[in-house]
Design a protein around this ligand. Structure first.
Ligand code: AVJ
Length: 319
């Protein structure tokens, strides 16, 4: 394989994954699209804008919990500790932890996006000169073998943002089991989990008055138009967010406002009026419910930190 093709491989793989997954998801009787595809450049910018909306409490509340409790969370993190972040540096949250880790052997962000890893390294190297940053291009939903010189060291995993909520409980358990294998032996995990609360507050967080979440959701159709020659009319779909109390999750949809045909990559898809495309689930847990998930994955929950309104939680798990 030529050097150029070798370099292009991860991107070609991702492009192929996008095309196959979109065509498969739109072919289902109940159409759906994987939420991981939200985060093209425009989607990532829109998500940053969502975190600034008054209704979207998770980010600012989690930042508050991390800021108030980082010293406790990092107790015992010795000079030989390796900080492993699942997902490339989540910017301010990672910086809060790194700012309290005077001595750290290495910071290892793991992501399937090479560009996100490179951005993370540039951003953090500028702020933390001398920090040993080792990028790992990998899919952390499977156990990852860390480099031999890191593996035997104490490892502190970091998985903020309640991204665990995007997985159905059985998948969340599988993901947490993979993380435990990656971090073992001598592994701990600091993980953010959004808590169950008043339904109106939950729904408002996924349907902000300024319409930024609506734009974030609709951007997925714009991405399909750009990358797969799609013909979605973004005026003919609308954003919807509901809370499913039995499942304990927010569900986001794009709703077709009329009968219409849409072409994607040369394939025709029919949408009936009011037909939906499921684009994301965000599970909300009680502390006890999340502990059951973590224990099913072989973790032992130790401490939990919450905000004073019990909106969000950060858990310490030990392998
Ligand atoms: C980045 C996955 C944690 O589920 O709350 C925000 C994504 N979706 N608003 C979440 C999201 C709609 C967010 N995560």
């Amino acid at each position: 394989m030529s050097k150029a093709t070798e370099r292009a491989a991860p991107f070609l793989r991702q492009a192929d994954d996008f095309a196959v997954s979109v065509l498969e998801g739109l072919s289902r009787p109940k159409k759906s699209l994987p939420c991981r595809f939200f985060y093209d450049a425009q989607g990532s910018a829109l998500f940053e804008d969502i975190t600034r909306q008054p209704e979207y409490y998770p980010t600012r509340v989690e930042v508050g919990i991390l800021t108030a409790n980082a010293m406790q969370m990092l107790e015992g993190a010795l000079g030989e500790t390796v900080l492993v972040e699942f997902g490339s540096g989540s910017s301010i949250k990672t910086e809060i932890l790194l700012g309290h880790m005077r001595r750290l052997h290495a910071y290892v962000p793991i992501d399937i996006s090479e560009s996100a890893l490179i951005d993370a390294r540039e951003r953090l190297a500028a702020r933390f000169s001398g920090l040993n940053i080792e990028l790992l291009l990998a899919d952390f939903s499977h156990p990852i073998e860390l480099p031999p010189e890191l593996a035997p060291r104490p490892k502190l995993g970091f998985f903020p943002g309640s991204t665990i909520g995007n997985f159905v409980p059985a998948e969340a358990t599988r993901l947490l089991r993979a993380m435990r294998e990656t971090l073992s032996p001598r592994g701990k995990l600091i993980i953010g989990v959004d808590l169950k609360k008043d339904v109106r507050q939950l729904v408002a967080a996924y349907d902000d008055a300024n319409g930024v979440t609506a734009a974030f959701n609709l951007n997925l159709l714009a991405r399909i138009n750009h990358e797969l020659d799609g013909t979605f009319d973004l005026q003919a779909f609308r954003h919807a967010a509901t809370y499913e109390p039995f499942e304990g999750r927010i569900e986001m949809y794009l709703v077709s406002v009329k009968d219409q045909d849409v072409w994607v990559a040369g394939r025709k898809f029919h949408f009936r009026a009011a037909e939906t495309i499921h684009t994301e689930s965000a599970y909300k847990y009680t502390i006890e419910e999340f502990h059951l998930i973590a224990q099913a994955a072989g973790w032992t929950p130790l401490r939990v930190w919450k905000d004073e309104l019990n909106l969000f939680s950060v858990h310490e798990l030990v392998a």
